[in-house]
Design a protein around this ligand. Sequence first.
Ligand code: HEM
Length: 348
Amino acid sequence: MPGSQHSALGSLVLISAVVGFSVGAFAYTAGWLTPGRLTSMELVAALAPPGGPALGHRRNHAKGVCFTGNFEANGNAVALSKAPLFIAGRYPVLGRFNLATPDPNAADPTVRVRGIGMQISAPDGNVWRMALIDPPVFAVSTPQGFYDLLEASKSKNPDAMKGFVAAHPEFAAFGEWASKAPWTASYAEVTFNSLNAFIFTNGDGAKNAVRWSLRPETQPVTIAVEDFAKLGPNHLEEDIIDRVSKSPQRWTLVLTVADPSDPTSDPTKAWPPERRTVEAGTLVVEKIEQEADGLCRDINFDPTVLPDGIEVSDDPFPAARSAAYARSYDLRTSEASQYPRTAASAKP
Ligand code: HEM
C-alpha cells in the first residue's frame, strides 16, 4: 500500500538521520572531527616508557595489589547526594592500592605518587568507581598539560622540563609537594585525594561541587626516602598484606563542599582549608590479594562510572581519563596472555 510504503520510507529516512546525527555526535566527542585535538591513543602512548609498555598491565599505575572490604556509610552524606550508597549501611568494595608508574616492577621508593582505585556497590545496581592519588593538587590544569608533561619528562632535550615548567606555572604547587612532602612506608598511612570536582545532587535537587579524600585511621610515620629504600623494593605490598592479615585497615571518606566561587575545572587549585567537610563513612579494607588472583585486575576504575546523585562537573579531566583508561583497559585485556601467572591464577 502506497500509504504504508510512504511511512516505511519516512521511518527509514528518520532512522538514517538519527544514526547520522549519533555517529556525527560520537565522532565529534571522540575528537575525530577536530584536527589537532588530543586523543586517548596519544595520551596512552605518551605514558609508555622508552622501552615500550609492559604488556598485559595498566599503562599507568601498573604496580598494585588488590583488596576487598566494605564501605560503612554513616548516613551524613545523604544531605549532599541521593546516591544509595550514602544511606547508613555496609556496601561491598573492591579496590587496588597502586603506584603511579608504567613499570609493574618499579622499586617503591622510585615512585613519588601513590594511588587507590575502588568501586563501592549498592544493592540496587548503582556503583561508584574512583581512582585517587596522594598529592594535594594535580600537576597540570588540563589533559593537554598532562600530555605535555609526559612528553617533556621523556625528552632527550635537556631543556625540555625547563621549557615545560616555564609554560606551565600551575605545575609549581605539585612540584613543591613532590620534592618536599615526607615519605611514609605504608599504604595504610596515605591520604588519597580525588582532586577532580564532581557535582553532588541530593534528594531535594540541591547541587554542590564536591572533592573528596580518604583519610587514614593509622597515624602517618614519616621516613627518609633512603631508609624507606632499605626496606626493599616491594615493601608497600608486603606491609599492607601483613597489616590487613592482623586487622582490617580503615580510612574515613571526607567530602569537601565548594563555595560557589571555588574553581571546579582546575585540579591544580586547592580549595581553601576552611571549606565545609562531611564525613560520609569508613572504608574498611579486609582482605588483600595479589593482582593476578584478585578482582581488581580486570576492572577499569573509570572515574565517570558514578551512581545516581553524583555527576561530572566542568572539570575536563574525568572525561579525558575515562577515554584513556578505556584505551589502556582494551590494550591490557587483549594482551592477557603476556600477563605473568601465579600458581593460583594458573589453575583452570
Ligand atoms: C589526563 C590525565 C590522566 C591520564 C591520561 C591518566 C591515565 C591513566 C591510565 C591509562 C591508567 C590505567 C587505567 C587502566 O588500565 O585501568 C590510570 C590509572 C590510574 N590513574 Fe590516571 N590518568 C590521568 C589523571 C589522573 C588523575 C587526575 C588521578 C587522580 C586524581 C589519577 C589516578 C589514577 C589511579 C589511582 C589509577 C590506578 C587505578 C587502578 O588501580 O586501576 N589519574 N591513569
